[in-house]
Write a protein that binds this ligand. Structure first.
Ligand code: ATP
Length: 230
């Protein structure tokens, strides 16, 4: 579904990605694990089109997306939840979530909202609250629900569990399992990999802007353990 070949990305003179290649097949949940500054967010941001690569090729469902706009990638079915609980702070919880479904018709938006409220009761309880007034865990739920509301074919989750209490980790894990059971393909990153290892089917270890290892989730768990990502 997603193919990335020899991707290079620079911020000014700093090389953040140095010839990265990954594949994500339909229906998989693939984990990118690595320390702070390894290049995980840069790779996710390159896939959604927020940053431009200097070299390399990316394709999604057989179409070259290397120079496609963010908007075109979203329309093609790539959804994105950024690192760090980025919500629209003054917009209500409901409007935040539905902004993810804004291209869908009113009926589909209502269905998406009801489906997400079933997974996260918090959304209906706080639907008219400004999202910026919620706790960190609650804001992360809103950001993930917004990405899910677009019913993406490929869902990019950048550090969905970072800094969250166990109760929120459990809820978000449950929502990710829902997306998996609907056939959604997922590419996620984690610095502290423990909860993500329970969800992913395969993974890559990223270090210094390169893929250092790829393998089954059991192999990635071993590396994560040795390199203290757990
Ligand atoms: P983290 O978990 O901290 O987000 P990461 O693995 O996602 O780490 P990146 O954020 O992709 O790593 O960073 C990769 C490298 O690029 C780091 O050296 C970082 O300092 C650098 N970098 C990231 N964003 C920028 C930016 N906007 N401008 C300059 N350098 C950046």
């Amino acid at each position: 579904m997603l193919t990335v070949r020899n991707l290079e990305l620079h911020y000014g003179g700093i090389a953040a990605l140095r010839g990265i290649s990954i594949d994500v097949q339909k229906g998989e949940t693939v984990l990118l694990v690595g320390a702070n500054g390894a290049g995980k967010s840069s790779l996710i941001n390159a896939v959604i089109g927020l940053v431009a690569s200097s070299q390399g090729v990316m394709s999604f469902n057989g179409k070259d997306i290397t120079r496609a706009s963010c908007d075109a990638r979203a329309r093609a079915g790539i959804g994105y939840s950024p690192e760090g609980r980025r919500v629209f702070p003054t917009m209500s919880v409901r409007d935040n979530v539905l902004s993810g479904a804004c291209r869908r018709g009113a009926v589909l938006q209502r269905d998406a909202w009801q489906w997400l409220c079933g997974i996260f009761p918090l959304l209906s309880e706080r639907s008219e609250h400004p999202a910026g007034q919620l706790s960190g865990g609650q804001q992360q739920v809103v950001a993930i629900a917004r990405a899910m509301a677009s019913s993406p074919k490929l869902l990019l989750l950048d550090e969905p569990f970072l800094g969250l209490a166990p109760v929120w980790i459990a809820r978000i894990s449950e929502a990710i399992r829902h997306m998996q059971s609907r056939g959604t393909t997922i590419l996620m990153t984690e610095q502290m990999a423990r909860p993500a290892l329970k969800l992913a089917t395969r993974g890559y270890v990223v270090r210094g802007g390169e893929i250092r290892r790829s393998g089954s989730i059991e192999e990635i768990r071993e590396v994560a353990l040795a390199e203290e990502y757990l």
